[in-house]
Design a binder for this molecule. Structure first.
Ligand SMILES: [Zn+2]
Length: 497
Protein backbone atom coordinates (compact mmCIF):
# COMPACT_ATOMS: atom_id res chain seq x y z
CA UNK A 1 0.00 0.00 0.00
CA UNK A 2 1.30 3.37 -0.96
CA UNK A 3 0.43 6.72 0.43
CA UNK A 4 0.97 9.89 -1.55
CA UNK A 5 0.45 13.03 0.47
CA UNK A 6 0.20 15.22 -2.62
CA UNK A 7 -2.94 13.40 -3.75
CA UNK A 8 -4.55 13.66 -0.36
CA UNK A 9 -3.90 17.35 0.05
CA UNK A 10 -5.34 18.13 -3.37
CA UNK A 11 -8.31 15.94 -2.64
CA UNK A 12 -8.97 17.52 0.74
CA UNK A 13 -8.84 20.94 -0.91
CA UNK A 14 -11.41 19.80 -3.46
CA UNK A 15 -13.65 18.42 -0.74
CA UNK A 16 -13.27 21.55 1.33
CA UNK A 17 -14.55 23.65 -1.55
CA UNK A 18 -17.39 21.17 -2.10
CA UNK A 19 -18.25 21.54 1.58
CA UNK A 20 -18.59 25.27 1.18
CA UNK A 21 -20.74 24.80 -1.91
CA UNK A 22 -23.14 22.43 -0.17
CA UNK A 23 -23.53 24.99 2.59
CA UNK A 24 -22.57 22.80 5.50
CA UNK A 25 -22.10 25.45 8.17
CA UNK A 26 -20.56 25.43 11.58
CA UNK A 27 -23.98 26.04 13.12
CA UNK A 28 -25.33 22.79 11.65
CA UNK A 29 -22.32 20.86 12.90
CA UNK A 30 -22.61 22.20 16.39
CA UNK A 31 -26.25 21.06 16.57
CA UNK A 32 -25.00 17.49 16.80
CA UNK A 33 -25.30 16.11 20.35
CA UNK A 34 -22.24 14.90 22.23
CA UNK A 35 -21.22 11.46 21.00
CA UNK A 36 -20.55 8.30 22.99
CA UNK A 37 -17.09 7.49 21.63
CA UNK A 38 -15.91 6.50 25.12
CA UNK A 39 -18.16 3.42 24.83
CA UNK A 40 -15.88 2.03 22.10
CA UNK A 41 -13.31 0.13 24.14
CA UNK A 42 -10.22 -1.76 23.09
CA UNK A 43 -10.97 -4.59 25.55
CA UNK A 44 -14.44 -5.28 24.05
CA UNK A 45 -13.07 -5.20 20.52
CA UNK A 46 -10.24 -7.59 21.35
CA UNK A 47 -12.57 -10.05 23.10
CA UNK A 48 -15.09 -10.07 20.22
CA UNK A 49 -12.38 -10.35 17.56
CA UNK A 50 -10.78 -13.37 19.23
CA UNK A 51 -14.19 -14.99 19.68
CA UNK A 52 -15.43 -14.56 16.11
CA UNK A 53 -12.07 -15.34 14.47
CA UNK A 54 -11.07 -18.14 16.82
CA UNK A 55 -10.74 -21.73 15.58
CA UNK A 56 -14.04 -22.55 17.33
CA UNK A 57 -16.05 -21.10 14.41
CA UNK A 58 -13.82 -22.88 11.86
CA UNK A 59 -13.57 -19.99 9.42
CA UNK A 60 -17.35 -19.35 9.13
CA UNK A 61 -17.80 -20.60 5.57
CA UNK A 62 -21.05 -19.44 3.94
CA UNK A 63 -23.74 -22.09 3.80
CA UNK A 64 -22.19 -24.25 6.53
CA UNK A 65 -23.09 -24.84 10.17
CA UNK A 66 -19.97 -22.84 11.05
CA UNK A 67 -21.43 -19.69 9.51
CA UNK A 68 -24.76 -20.37 11.22
CA UNK A 69 -23.13 -20.92 14.62
CA UNK A 70 -21.13 -17.70 14.34
CA UNK A 71 -24.31 -15.90 13.26
CA UNK A 72 -26.23 -17.11 16.31
CA UNK A 73 -23.34 -15.98 18.49
CA UNK A 74 -23.47 -12.51 16.88
CA UNK A 75 -27.24 -12.29 17.41
CA UNK A 76 -26.70 -13.19 21.08
CA UNK A 77 -24.23 -10.31 21.43
CA UNK A 78 -26.81 -7.99 19.87
CA UNK A 79 -29.49 -9.20 22.29
CA UNK A 80 -27.17 -8.77 25.28
CA UNK A 81 -26.38 -5.17 24.34
CA UNK A 82 -30.06 -4.33 23.90
CA UNK A 83 -30.48 -4.11 20.13
CA UNK A 84 -33.99 -4.75 18.84
CA UNK A 85 -34.35 -7.63 16.39
CA UNK A 86 -34.86 -6.27 12.85
CA UNK A 87 -34.65 -9.38 10.70
CA UNK A 88 -37.57 -11.57 9.58
CA UNK A 89 -40.42 -12.83 11.80
CA UNK A 90 -39.40 -10.76 14.81
CA UNK A 91 -35.91 -12.34 14.91
CA UNK A 92 -32.39 -11.06 14.27
CA UNK A 93 -32.13 -13.30 11.20
CA UNK A 94 -32.85 -12.97 7.53
CA UNK A 95 -32.23 -16.34 5.91
CA UNK A 96 -31.69 -16.68 2.19
CA UNK A 97 -30.62 -19.35 -0.26
CA UNK A 98 -27.31 -19.46 -1.97
CA UNK A 99 -26.93 -21.67 -5.02
CA UNK A 100 -23.71 -23.54 -5.60
CA UNK A 101 -22.63 -25.16 -8.85
CA UNK A 102 -19.67 -27.50 -8.68
CA UNK A 103 -17.86 -30.36 -10.35
CA UNK A 104 -19.05 -33.74 -9.04
CA UNK A 105 -16.72 -36.00 -7.09
CA UNK A 106 -17.17 -38.75 -9.67
CA UNK A 107 -15.66 -36.61 -12.42
CA UNK A 108 -12.49 -38.14 -13.89
CA UNK A 109 -9.36 -36.69 -15.39
CA UNK A 110 -6.24 -38.45 -16.65
CA UNK A 111 -3.20 -37.88 -18.83
CA UNK A 112 -1.43 -41.05 -19.99
CA UNK A 113 -1.32 -43.23 -16.88
CA UNK A 114 -1.47 -40.25 -14.48
CA UNK A 115 -4.84 -39.95 -12.75
CA UNK A 116 -5.57 -36.42 -11.54
CA UNK A 117 -8.19 -35.21 -9.07
CA UNK A 118 -9.94 -31.88 -9.45
CA UNK A 119 -9.39 -29.77 -6.33
CA UNK A 120 -6.18 -31.58 -5.39
CA UNK A 121 -3.58 -32.02 -8.11
CA UNK A 122 -5.55 -30.32 -10.88
CA UNK A 123 -8.09 -27.54 -11.24
CA UNK A 124 -10.71 -27.34 -13.93
CA UNK A 125 -11.25 -23.60 -14.37
CA UNK A 126 -14.99 -23.56 -15.03
CA UNK A 127 -17.50 -26.02 -13.55
CA UNK A 128 -18.93 -27.11 -16.93
CA UNK A 129 -19.95 -30.48 -18.34
CA UNK A 130 -17.29 -32.04 -20.60
CA UNK A 131 -16.36 -35.40 -22.04
CA UNK A 132 -13.07 -35.52 -23.96
CA UNK A 133 -10.85 -38.39 -25.13
CA UNK A 134 -8.08 -36.96 -27.31
CA UNK A 135 -4.35 -37.22 -27.99
CA UNK A 136 -2.24 -34.72 -26.03
CA UNK A 137 0.27 -32.36 -27.64
CA UNK A 138 2.70 -30.25 -25.64
CA UNK A 139 3.39 -26.91 -27.33
CA UNK A 140 6.01 -25.34 -25.01
CA UNK A 141 4.87 -21.87 -24.01
CA UNK A 142 2.48 -21.71 -26.93
CA UNK A 143 4.29 -18.98 -28.85
CA UNK A 144 3.28 -18.51 -32.51
CA UNK A 145 6.47 -20.43 -33.49
CA UNK A 146 5.60 -23.27 -31.09
CA UNK A 147 2.08 -23.47 -32.47
CA UNK A 148 3.22 -23.29 -36.12
CA UNK A 149 4.93 -26.68 -35.67
CA UNK A 150 1.81 -28.66 -34.71
CA UNK A 151 -1.74 -29.27 -35.77
CA UNK A 152 -3.88 -28.71 -32.67
CA UNK A 153 -7.21 -29.64 -34.27
CA UNK A 154 -8.90 -32.46 -32.34
CA UNK A 155 -6.10 -32.51 -29.73
CA UNK A 156 -5.77 -31.68 -26.08
CA UNK A 157 -3.19 -28.88 -25.98
CA UNK A 158 -0.79 -28.61 -23.03
CA UNK A 159 1.40 -25.55 -22.55
CA UNK A 160 3.49 -23.87 -19.91
CA UNK A 161 2.26 -20.57 -18.48
CA UNK A 162 4.55 -17.59 -19.13
CA UNK A 163 4.64 -13.81 -19.14
CA UNK A 164 4.58 -10.97 -16.63
CA UNK A 165 1.62 -8.89 -15.53
CA UNK A 166 1.27 -5.43 -17.09
CA UNK A 167 1.38 -2.51 -14.63
CA UNK A 168 -2.40 -2.06 -14.56
CA UNK A 169 -3.15 -5.67 -13.52
CA UNK A 170 -2.37 -7.66 -10.39
CA UNK A 171 -0.60 -10.97 -11.13
CA UNK A 172 -3.65 -12.92 -9.98
CA UNK A 173 -5.89 -11.13 -12.46
CA UNK A 174 -3.29 -11.43 -15.20
CA UNK A 175 -2.95 -15.18 -14.54
CA UNK A 176 -6.65 -16.03 -14.57
CA UNK A 177 -7.39 -13.60 -17.40
CA UNK A 178 -4.60 -14.99 -19.58
CA UNK A 179 -5.42 -18.64 -18.91
CA UNK A 180 -9.05 -18.08 -19.85
CA UNK A 181 -8.47 -15.86 -22.88
CA UNK A 182 -5.74 -17.98 -24.47
CA UNK A 183 -7.64 -21.20 -23.81
CA UNK A 184 -10.63 -19.75 -25.63
CA UNK A 185 -8.41 -18.86 -28.62
CA UNK A 186 -6.96 -22.38 -28.78
CA UNK A 187 -10.39 -23.98 -28.45
CA UNK A 188 -11.65 -21.74 -31.25
CA UNK A 189 -8.73 -22.96 -33.36
CA UNK A 190 -9.86 -26.56 -32.86
CA UNK A 191 -8.36 -27.75 -29.55
CA UNK A 192 -10.68 -30.06 -27.55
CA UNK A 193 -9.11 -29.21 -24.20
CA UNK A 194 -6.41 -26.84 -22.90
CA UNK A 195 -4.03 -27.85 -20.11
CA UNK A 196 -1.98 -25.14 -18.40
CA UNK A 197 1.21 -26.11 -16.57
CA UNK A 198 2.29 -23.64 -13.85
CA UNK A 199 5.61 -21.85 -14.17
CA UNK A 200 7.25 -20.63 -10.96
CA UNK A 201 5.02 -17.57 -10.55
CA UNK A 202 1.80 -19.39 -11.38
CA UNK A 203 2.78 -22.21 -8.99
CA UNK A 204 2.65 -19.75 -6.06
CA UNK A 205 -0.97 -19.04 -6.95
CA UNK A 206 -1.74 -22.70 -7.65
CA UNK A 207 -0.91 -23.40 -4.01
CA UNK A 208 -2.77 -20.42 -2.51
CA UNK A 209 -5.34 -18.97 -4.82
CA UNK A 210 -7.45 -21.90 -5.89
CA UNK A 211 -10.15 -21.61 -3.22
CA UNK A 212 -12.77 -20.47 -5.73
CA UNK A 213 -11.91 -23.32 -8.07
CA UNK A 214 -12.17 -26.02 -5.39
CA UNK A 215 -15.60 -24.98 -4.28
CA UNK A 216 -17.25 -24.08 -7.59
CA UNK A 217 -19.44 -21.10 -8.37
CA UNK A 218 -21.98 -19.41 -6.10
CA UNK A 219 -24.83 -17.02 -6.71
CA UNK A 220 -28.27 -16.13 -5.48
CA UNK A 221 -30.79 -18.56 -7.04
CA UNK A 222 -31.46 -17.60 -10.65
CA UNK A 223 -28.32 -15.46 -10.89
CA UNK A 224 -25.95 -15.65 -13.88
CA UNK A 225 -23.51 -17.98 -12.05
CA UNK A 226 -26.14 -20.71 -11.59
CA UNK A 227 -26.21 -21.65 -15.28
CA UNK A 228 -25.03 -25.19 -16.08
CA UNK A 229 -23.45 -25.61 -19.51
CA UNK A 230 -21.05 -27.75 -21.55
CA UNK A 231 -17.64 -26.41 -22.43
CA UNK A 232 -14.28 -27.70 -23.65
CA UNK A 233 -12.32 -27.97 -20.39
CA UNK A 234 -9.42 -25.73 -19.36
CA UNK A 235 -7.28 -27.52 -16.78
CA UNK A 236 -4.58 -26.00 -14.54
CA UNK A 237 -1.75 -28.21 -13.28
CA UNK A 238 1.18 -27.71 -10.90
CA UNK A 239 4.73 -27.06 -12.15
CA UNK A 240 6.07 -30.53 -11.32
CA UNK A 241 4.07 -32.23 -14.11
CA UNK A 242 6.42 -30.63 -16.64
CA UNK A 243 8.76 -33.65 -16.35
CA UNK A 244 6.24 -36.10 -17.75
CA UNK A 245 3.65 -34.09 -19.63
CA UNK A 246 6.08 -33.40 -22.51
CA UNK A 247 6.32 -37.08 -23.39
CA UNK A 248 4.74 -37.81 -26.77
CA UNK A 249 1.96 -40.32 -27.38
CA UNK A 250 -0.15 -39.67 -24.25
CA UNK A 251 -3.94 -39.60 -24.24
CA UNK A 252 -6.01 -36.99 -22.37
CA UNK A 253 -9.29 -38.28 -20.93
CA UNK A 254 -11.78 -36.19 -19.09
CA UNK A 255 -15.37 -36.89 -17.98
CA UNK A 256 -16.69 -33.96 -15.99
CA UNK A 257 -20.17 -33.65 -14.54
CA UNK A 258 -21.65 -30.71 -12.70
CA UNK A 259 -24.17 -30.52 -9.87
CA UNK A 260 -26.09 -27.54 -8.58
CA UNK A 261 -27.85 -27.19 -5.23
CA UNK A 262 -29.20 -24.62 -2.78
CA UNK A 263 -28.35 -24.17 0.86
CA UNK A 264 -28.95 -21.46 3.43
CA UNK A 265 -26.95 -18.44 4.44
CA UNK A 266 -28.10 -15.66 6.75
CA UNK A 267 -27.94 -11.93 7.41
CA UNK A 268 -28.14 -10.75 11.02
CA UNK A 269 -30.07 -7.54 11.58
CA UNK A 270 -30.66 -5.42 14.68
CA UNK A 271 -31.64 -1.83 15.32
CA UNK A 272 -31.45 0.98 17.84
CA UNK A 273 -34.48 3.25 17.37
CA UNK A 274 -33.74 6.95 17.01
CA UNK A 275 -34.84 9.59 19.53
CA UNK A 276 -36.32 12.12 17.12
CA UNK A 277 -40.03 11.46 16.40
CA UNK A 278 -39.56 12.13 12.67
CA UNK A 279 -35.94 11.15 12.00
CA UNK A 280 -36.33 7.80 13.77
CA UNK A 281 -38.02 6.55 10.60
CA UNK A 282 -34.71 6.91 8.78
CA UNK A 283 -31.77 4.54 9.22
CA UNK A 284 -28.00 4.77 9.16
CA UNK A 285 -26.91 1.26 8.20
CA UNK A 286 -23.67 -0.10 9.70
CA UNK A 287 -22.55 -3.01 7.55
CA UNK A 288 -20.03 -5.83 7.68
CA UNK A 289 -19.82 -9.56 6.84
CA UNK A 290 -19.46 -12.47 9.23
CA UNK A 291 -18.42 -15.23 6.79
CA UNK A 292 -14.97 -16.23 5.61
CA UNK A 293 -13.42 -19.19 3.77
CA UNK A 294 -13.91 -22.06 6.23
CA UNK A 295 -11.74 -25.17 6.43
CA UNK A 296 -9.61 -25.69 3.33
CA UNK A 297 -6.31 -27.06 2.18
CA UNK A 298 -3.69 -26.67 4.89
CA UNK A 299 -0.93 -24.12 4.51
CA UNK A 300 2.00 -24.84 6.86
CA UNK A 301 -0.15 -27.33 8.77
CA UNK A 302 -3.11 -24.98 9.38
CA UNK A 303 -6.38 -25.73 7.61
CA UNK A 304 -8.65 -23.17 9.33
CA UNK A 305 -8.92 -20.00 7.29
CA UNK A 306 -9.88 -17.78 10.24
CA UNK A 307 -10.48 -14.54 8.40
CA UNK A 308 -9.49 -12.44 11.41
CA UNK A 309 -8.90 -9.28 9.44
CA UNK A 310 -11.39 -10.45 6.81
CA UNK A 311 -13.75 -9.86 8.46
CA UNK A 312 -13.49 -10.55 12.18
CA UNK A 313 -12.32 -6.95 12.47
CA UNK A 314 -15.46 -5.63 10.78
CA UNK A 315 -17.61 -7.80 13.08
CA UNK A 316 -15.88 -6.61 16.26
CA UNK A 317 -16.13 -3.00 15.04
CA UNK A 318 -19.82 -3.16 14.20
CA UNK A 319 -20.62 -4.86 17.52
CA UNK A 320 -18.80 -2.04 19.33
CA UNK A 321 -20.70 0.56 17.31
CA UNK A 322 -23.99 -1.19 18.18
CA UNK A 323 -23.04 -1.05 21.86
CA UNK A 324 -22.28 2.70 21.69
CA UNK A 325 -25.61 3.43 19.95
CA UNK A 326 -27.56 1.18 22.34
CA UNK A 327 -26.18 3.17 25.29
CA UNK A 328 -26.82 6.48 23.60
CA UNK A 329 -29.16 6.49 20.58
CA UNK A 330 -28.98 9.15 17.88
CA UNK A 331 -31.85 11.11 16.35
CA UNK A 332 -32.03 8.70 13.41
CA UNK A 333 -32.23 4.96 13.99
CA UNK A 334 -29.12 2.83 13.64
CA UNK A 335 -29.46 -0.39 11.66
CA UNK A 336 -26.79 -3.02 12.24
CA UNK A 337 -26.43 -5.56 9.42
CA UNK A 338 -24.00 -8.48 9.33
CA UNK A 339 -24.05 -9.94 5.83
CA UNK A 340 -23.63 -13.64 5.14
CA UNK A 341 -21.88 -15.14 2.10
CA UNK A 342 -19.90 -12.01 1.23
CA UNK A 343 -16.91 -14.11 0.22
CA UNK A 344 -19.06 -16.04 -2.26
CA UNK A 345 -19.89 -12.89 -4.26
CA UNK A 346 -21.45 -10.28 -1.93
CA UNK A 347 -24.52 -12.53 -1.75
CA UNK A 348 -25.85 -11.38 1.64
CA UNK A 349 -25.65 -7.69 0.79
CA UNK A 350 -27.10 -8.30 -2.67
CA UNK A 351 -29.98 -10.12 -1.00
CA UNK A 352 -30.54 -7.61 1.82
CA UNK A 353 -30.36 -4.56 -0.43
CA UNK A 354 -32.94 -6.19 -2.73
CA UNK A 355 -35.10 -7.35 0.23
CA UNK A 356 -34.46 -4.88 3.06
CA UNK A 357 -36.37 -5.37 6.33
CA UNK A 358 -36.93 -1.59 6.56
CA UNK A 359 -38.19 0.53 3.61
CA UNK A 360 -35.25 0.91 1.23
CA UNK A 361 -35.74 4.67 0.85
CA UNK A 362 -35.47 5.03 4.64
CA UNK A 363 -31.79 3.92 4.54
CA UNK A 364 -29.97 7.26 4.38
CA UNK A 365 -26.41 5.89 4.30
CA UNK A 366 -24.41 2.66 4.42
CA UNK A 367 -21.13 2.60 6.37
CA UNK A 368 -19.33 -0.66 5.64
CA UNK A 369 -16.38 -2.01 7.61
CA UNK A 370 -14.09 -4.42 5.73
CA UNK A 371 -10.61 -5.50 6.92
CA UNK A 372 -9.79 -2.83 9.48
CA UNK A 373 -6.83 -4.00 11.53
CA UNK A 374 -3.65 -4.44 9.49
CA UNK A 375 -0.89 -2.43 7.78
CA UNK A 376 0.70 0.79 9.09
CA UNK A 377 -0.98 1.94 12.34
CA UNK A 378 -1.57 5.47 11.04
CA UNK A 379 -2.87 4.68 7.53
CA UNK A 380 -6.31 3.77 6.24
CA UNK A 381 -8.57 4.15 3.23
CA UNK A 382 -12.08 5.36 2.60
CA UNK A 383 -13.67 3.70 -0.42
CA UNK A 384 -16.34 5.72 -2.18
CA UNK A 385 -14.50 8.96 -1.54
CA UNK A 386 -13.54 9.92 -5.08
CA UNK A 387 -15.28 9.90 -8.46
CA UNK A 388 -16.62 7.76 -10.00
CA UNK A 389 -17.08 5.92 -6.66
CA UNK A 390 -18.10 9.04 -4.72
CA UNK A 391 -21.89 8.98 -4.40
CA UNK A 392 -22.46 11.37 -1.49
CA UNK A 393 -20.37 14.46 -0.76
CA UNK A 394 -21.95 15.02 2.66
CA UNK A 395 -21.31 11.43 3.72
CA UNK A 396 -17.65 11.56 2.66
CA UNK A 397 -17.25 14.95 4.33
CA UNK A 398 -18.58 13.52 7.58
CA UNK A 399 -16.00 10.75 7.40
CA UNK A 400 -13.15 13.13 6.56
CA UNK A 401 -14.17 15.51 9.36
CA UNK A 402 -14.39 12.64 11.86
CA UNK A 403 -10.92 11.51 10.85
CA UNK A 404 -9.52 15.01 11.10
CA UNK A 405 -10.98 15.67 14.52
CA UNK A 406 -10.41 12.25 16.09
CA UNK A 407 -8.35 9.54 14.44
CA UNK A 408 -6.04 11.43 12.06
CA UNK A 409 -5.29 8.51 9.75
CA UNK A 410 -3.23 9.35 6.69
CA UNK A 411 -5.73 8.43 4.02
CA UNK A 412 -4.60 6.40 1.06
CA UNK A 413 -6.07 7.78 -2.15
CA UNK A 414 -4.86 5.21 -4.67
CA UNK A 415 -6.98 2.17 -3.84
CA UNK A 416 -10.28 3.96 -4.43
CA UNK A 417 -9.27 4.99 -7.92
CA UNK A 418 -11.05 3.54 -10.93
CA UNK A 419 -7.69 2.54 -12.45
CA UNK A 420 -6.39 0.65 -9.38
CA UNK A 421 -5.48 -2.91 -10.47
CA UNK A 422 -7.20 -4.59 -7.50
CA UNK A 423 -10.60 -3.01 -8.15
CA UNK A 424 -10.97 -2.85 -4.35
CA UNK A 425 -14.12 -0.72 -4.42
CA UNK A 426 -16.02 -3.58 -6.08
CA UNK A 427 -15.13 -6.19 -3.48
CA UNK A 428 -17.24 -5.54 -0.41
CA UNK A 429 -20.79 -5.09 0.86
CA UNK A 430 -21.23 -1.35 0.30
CA UNK A 431 -21.32 -2.03 -3.46
CA UNK A 432 -24.87 -3.43 -3.87
CA UNK A 433 -26.23 -0.45 -1.90
CA UNK A 434 -24.30 2.08 -3.97
CA UNK A 435 -25.68 0.41 -7.11
CA UNK A 436 -29.17 1.14 -5.72
CA UNK A 437 -28.28 4.83 -5.28
CA UNK A 438 -27.91 4.68 -1.51
CA UNK A 439 -25.02 6.83 -0.20
CA UNK A 440 -22.30 4.31 0.70
CA UNK A 441 -18.70 4.25 1.89
CA UNK A 442 -16.29 1.60 3.15
CA UNK A 443 -13.70 1.88 5.94
CA UNK A 444 -10.69 -0.38 5.33
CA UNK A 445 -7.01 -0.80 6.12
CA UNK A 446 -6.51 -2.60 2.77
CA UNK A 447 -4.76 -5.76 1.58
CA UNK A 448 -1.82 -7.59 3.16
CA UNK A 449 0.10 -10.80 2.40
CA UNK A 450 -2.05 -12.93 4.77
CA UNK A 451 -5.26 -12.01 2.93
CA UNK A 452 -7.30 -15.18 2.24
CA UNK A 453 -4.77 -17.53 3.77
CA UNK A 454 -4.86 -19.47 7.07
CA UNK A 455 -2.39 -16.88 8.38
CA UNK A 456 -5.11 -14.26 8.73
CA UNK A 457 -5.23 -14.90 12.51
CA UNK A 458 -6.46 -12.65 15.36
CA UNK A 459 -2.94 -12.49 16.86
CA UNK A 460 -1.85 -10.53 13.78
CA UNK A 461 -4.42 -7.76 14.21
CA UNK A 462 -3.37 -4.36 15.54
CA UNK A 463 -6.15 -3.98 18.14
CA UNK A 464 -5.36 -0.34 18.81
CA UNK A 465 -5.63 0.49 15.13
CA UNK A 466 -8.85 -1.51 14.85
CA UNK A 467 -10.27 0.44 17.80
CA UNK A 468 -9.36 3.71 16.11
CA UNK A 469 -10.90 2.55 12.83
CA UNK A 470 -14.05 1.65 14.77
CA UNK A 471 -14.17 5.08 16.43
CA UNK A 472 -13.77 6.71 13.02
CA UNK A 473 -16.64 4.70 11.58
CA UNK A 474 -18.78 5.32 14.67
CA UNK A 475 -18.22 9.07 14.74
CA UNK A 476 -19.00 9.35 11.02
CA UNK A 477 -22.25 7.46 11.55
CA UNK A 478 -23.10 9.47 14.65
CA UNK A 479 -22.81 12.71 12.68
CA UNK A 480 -24.91 11.39 9.80
CA UNK A 481 -27.52 10.03 12.22
CA UNK A 482 -27.95 13.40 13.96
CA UNK A 483 -27.69 15.95 11.17
CA UNK A 484 -30.97 17.62 10.10
CA UNK A 485 -30.51 16.72 6.42
CA UNK A 486 -29.93 13.21 5.11
CA UNK A 487 -26.74 12.88 3.01
CA UNK A 488 -27.02 13.99 -0.61
CA UNK A 489 -26.73 11.63 -3.55
CA UNK A 490 -24.29 12.75 -6.24
CA UNK A 491 -26.22 13.61 -9.38
CA UNK A 492 -25.67 11.18 -12.28
CA UNK A 493 -23.66 8.83 -10.05
CA UNK A 494 -22.44 6.02 -12.29
CA UNK A 495 -19.78 3.41 -11.53
CA UNK A 496 -17.21 2.49 -14.16
CA UNK A 497 -18.47 -1.11 -14.25
ZN1 LIG B 1 -14.11 -9.43 3.37
Amino acid sequence: MKFTSAHTVRFLQLLFSLTLLTGLTYAQRSAIPADNRAAIREADIKRDLFAIAGDHFRGREAGTLDELKASVWIAEQMRAMGLEPAGDDGTYFQFFHIQRTRITETSRLSIGNHKLTHGQDAFILAPAIASVDAPLVFVGQGTPEDLAKVDIKGKAVALEFSGTAPAELSYRRFLFGTMTRRANELIKAGALAVIWVSNKDAQFYFERWTTGLERGRYDLPGGPNTRVFSQAPTVWLPADVLDWIKQPGQQFTNVVNVESFNYPSVNIVGKIPGTDPKLKNEYVLFSTHQDHDGVRRAVAGDSIWNGADDNGTGCAAVLAIGRAFAQKPAKRSALIVFHGAEERGLLGSRYYSANPTVPRESIVAVLNGEMMGRNAPDSAALLGSQPPHLNSVALVNSALAANQSLTKFKLDTLWDRADHPEGWYFRSDHLPYARLNIPAICFTSLLHPDYHTPKDEPERINIQKLTNMTRWMYLTGWTVANRAERPDLVKDFKLER
